[in-house]
Design a protein around this ligand. Structure first.
Ligand SMILES: CC(C)(COP(=O)(O)OP(=O)(O)OC[C@H]1O[C@@H](n2cnc3c(N)ncnc32)[C@H](O)[C@@H]1OP(=O)(O)O)[C@@H](O)C(=O)NCCC(=O)NCCS
Length: 377
């Protein structure tokens, strides 16, 4: 039997799913059937997380109960914090997040997967603790004590508070909340797939999210948001952007923040993020790097628009986070803490009708080789 190899599994469905609808030919993105534009305008991250996990929008009462439960789980055991203090402070925050989430599994062994209630408990615990881990790491690596979470702040505002110890400006908290909504889910991407593969072995939720975090970290996936800012900053002043971009393209170098396996038009999240940039600029002043980004978007449309290569979600998110004074290497961990909702929704869905993932390969080696003893090689 000949088996056809599809590199990157491009276009190969790996599950039936009702979590996220995506039509990249027209830039349509919906969580559980609700357009991203509507959710970004009207819902908090907590509301969207509930929607993703449960498949329906919450009533006011359901939202309050869910949000309270997440608040209740925000704190970390001191042994997790002690463990993080042993990690090298120069290490990447994605690795610290990954290590801490994996370690959480040892503290909650009763979060087995055989009961639906236990699955939801694990999901809420992980969602609630990821921001605390990231903020704690930011403090620990600078030699400071982690700041305890505040119960009276939203998921978004509490994270920003734990980073600095200052309650965030309401516009900043609101914009950050929308950023979390925009990153909460994105169909069958690499990290979601990794999480589903791990979940299909009946591993627990901590292992599922840890696999997904490791996968998100790469520069072709979540890591791109850090690269965009570094790239924009590295463009020499006064350079002609069209020649700069053409030179890179000729060398077959990718331009961070552009292109997507699914979208062949501009990513709708990039459009929403641009609106957020403007809101922040109105209140806190302009960032010149945004002008470079806008010019690069135009130049790229001219040069590679015909290939369907347009800005993706990562192109403008870094500019938003930089304006909020968030350190650059926290951009991907923030992506992870938002995406936790999507990963866990897919995990719950996977378990509803599970079959272990066990793909095939196209054999490209030699078979039936004659063994030669070591003294004759
Ligand atoms: C996201 C990404 C991995 C998708 O990869 P993919 O689906 O395999 O798409 P391909 O790499 O096959 O791209 C198709 C064509 O567009 C070009 N292209 C895609 N993204 C590009 C980019 N960022 N810069 C320049 N050219 C790009 C490719 O060179 C290829 O051209 P070719 O047909 O002449 O060889 C890819 O676009 C990329 O590496 N982007 C930069 C990293 C990034 O921003 N990642 C975050 C994604 S949310």
């Amino acid at each position: 039997m000949t088996i056809e190899l599809i590199p990157g599994l491009a276009g190969v469905p790996i599950a039936k799913s009702s979590v996220c609808y995506l039509d990249g030919s027209v830039g349509k993105l919906q969580y559980r059937g609700y357009p991203i534009e509507v959710l970004a305008e009207h819902c908090s991250y907590e509301e969207v997380a509930y929607l993703l996990l449960n498949g329906r929008l919450p009533t006011r009462e359901q939202l309050e109960t869910f949000a309270d439960e997440c608040v209740h789980h925000r704190r970390l055991k001191f042994r997790i914090i002690d463990m993080m203090k042993c990690l090298p402070e120069s290490g990447h925050p994605m690795d610290a997040l990954d290590a801490a989430v994996a370690a959480l599994g040892m503290f909650y062994p009763s979060d087995h997967i055989n009961s639906v209630q236990a699955r939801f408990d694990s999901a809420h615990r992980i969602l609630a603790k990821m921001p605390t881990i990231i903020a704690a790491w930011e403090r620990i690596r600078h030699g400071d004590e982690p700041i305890m979470p505040r119960d009276d702040l939203s998921h978004a505002a509490n994270f920003l508070y734990m980073l600095t110890g200052r309650e965030p400006d309401p516009t900043v908290a609101k914009v950050f909340d929308v950023c979390l909504v925009l990153h909460a889910e994105h169909q069958m991407n690499a990290s979601t797939f990794a999480g589903r593969v791990t979940g299909s072995t009946l591993a627990d939720a901590f292992s599922v999210v840890s696999s997904a975090i490791g996968t998100l970290a790469g520069p072709l996936h979540g890591g791109a948001n850090e690269d965009v800012l570094a790239m924009l900053r590295g463009i020499p002043k006064g350079v002609d952007l069209k020649s700069w971009a053409s030179e890179r393209l000729e060398k077959k170098l990718k331009i961070a923040g552009f292109g997507h396996r699914e979208y062949k038009v501009k990513d709708p999240r990039a459009t929403i993020l641009q609106r957020l940039v403007v809101q922040l600029f109105e209140k806190f002043g302009h960032t010149p790097i945004y002008d470079t980004a806008l010019e690069l978007e135009n130049v790229m449309a001219e040069l590679v628009g015909h290939k369907g290569v347009y800005p993706n979600v990562d192109f403008y998110s870094g500019i938003v986070y930089e304006k909020m004074a968030i350190p650059q290497d926290l951009f991907t961990p923030i992506f992870a803490m938002a995406r936790g909702a999507g990963w866990l929704a897919h995990w719950l869905e996977q378990l509803e009708d599970n079959r272990i993932f066990r793909p095939n390969q196209v054999w490209s080696g030699e078979a039936d080789r004659a063994f030669v003893p070591i003294y004759k090689r």
